[in-house]
Every structure is written in C-alpha cells, then in structure tokens.
Design a protein around this ligand. Structure first.
Ligand code: AMP
Length: 216
C-alpha cells in the first residue's frame, strides 16, 4: 500500500476517509490531532502544554508534532501510512520528507480534499465521535441510530471536541489558510498532488481516493 497525505481544511472529511482506509485496506492512520488529544486526556506534560493552544484552534509547535510523528514512523511494514492532519506547515513537510528518507520509505501521493468554507461550519459544529472506537457522527447528516449510543461498538461515550465551536473554527480556518494551504502549491510543484471533491457523497469521495491509491 502507498503512503499518502490527506490534505484539507478542518471538516474536509480527512478523519472519516482515513478511518475507512484503515477498515477497508488495513492502512495505518497517523493523526497528529488524535495523538495530541490522547496526550491531553491522559494528562501528560505535553498534553498540558498544548491544551490551551488546541482549544483556541491554533497550531501547536512544529517541534512537538514532528516529534510525535517521528516516534510513530517506523520503517513501515507495507500497510501504508495515511497522514491525517500532518503536515500542516512547510517546515513539517520538509521534516516528513527527511523522516521518510531516513526510514527508507516514499511518499506516494498527496490527496487534497477540496470543500467550500460555508459547509465547514455546518459540518464541524454538528460533529461528535465515539470515544471508544472513533466512529464519526453528525447531528443532522449522520446521527447515531439510537440517541447516545454508538452504532459501531455500542459505547455510550459520545464526545464533542473542545475546538469544534464556531470561535475556535474561525481560528482553525485562518491557521489553515495562512500556514497549511501553501502545501498545496508545494506538493503540486513536486508532482505529488491530486485533488478530489470533498463535497461529494462520502462513498464518491472514497472511490476518488481509491482511484489514486490503485493507479499504481
Ligand atoms: P485535528 O484533529 O487534525 O483537527 O487537530 C486538532 C488540533 O490539534 C489542531 O487545531 C492543532 O491545534 C493541533 N494539531 C494537530 N495536528 C497538528 C499539526 N500537524 N501541526 C500543528 N498543530 C496540530
């Protein structure tokens, strides 16, 4: 399986598609957002350090997230990594290239999930996830079949993220446009970028991504 980056603003559907790729193809999702949230919940020193920054919607330092990826980026066993929410700055992109090089791996594709800003607010402010299995839901577009119970694993630990508020989202979008969107040009120039329509139905987005993965 190839190693890929899912690139796009918050709410583009990166996490949802990454989870599907894990289920369907046995690929490995590396989400720096999930790693940071886990650090926050378990109350590690790093978690305490990043909590406020994350809740405000700002980016944490390159050093911290590069360190997290470095810890997880082993030589790889051919299952294919999905980088979800990383890299988010040019410095992180350069660091990823060096890490891949050092571990003898290649970055095979960067998939940009294109969406309109207006839909992001609606998508994000209605979003909740299962704290146990990570399934993603939405108040209007994809509620759980039974209120308060995860369809997948039956857990009642359904959570909303602290930064899925309108205020934090404004900051997250601004951070995306200022610091992350330059990566689109960066990977385009490297000949690695493919864009898919992130506004299409979830299955259509998955097939568009599958096409990129299967092109060889
Ligand atoms: P996400 O779950 O990807 O939306 O990330 C949630 C929050 O974690 C972001 O708003 C940032 O505060 C932080 N974060 C996640 N990944 C990164 C990254 N690659 N660089 C900097 N901050 C990050």
């Amino acid at each position: 399986m190839p190693n890929i980056i899912l690139l796009g603003p918050p709410g583009a559907g990166k996490g949802t598609q990454a989870k599907r790729l894990e289920d369907d193809r046995g690929m490995v999702q590396l989400s720096t957002g999930d790693m940071l949230r886990a650090a926050k919940t378990s109350g590690t020193e790093m978690g305490r350090l990043v909590a406020n920054v994350m809740d405000r919607g700002q980016l944490v330092t390159d050093e911290i997230v590069i360190g997290l990826i470095e810890e997880r980026l082993t030589a790889g066993d051919g299952r294919g990594f999905i980088f979800d929410g990383f890299p988010r700055t040019l410095a992180q992109a350069d660091a990823l290239a060096r890490l891949m090089d050092r571990t003898g791996q290649t970055l095979d594709a960067v998939i940009e999930m294109r969406v309109d800003d207006e839909v992001l607010v609606a998508r994000i402010t209605g979003r909740y996830t299962c704290g146990n299995c990570g399934a993603v839901y939405h108040d209007t577009t994809k509620p759980t079949a039974k209120a308060g119970v995860c369809d997948v694993c039956g857990s009642t630990d359904l959570r909303r993220r602290g930064d899925d508020t309108e205020d934090a989202l404004k900051t997250r979008l601004m951070e995306y446009y200022k610091k992350t969107s330059p990566l689109i040009g960066y990977y385009y120039a490297k000949g690695q970028l493919t864009s898919v329509d992130g506004l299409a139905e979830m299955d259509a987005v998955s097939s568009a991504i599958a096409k990129v993965l299967d092109r060889g």
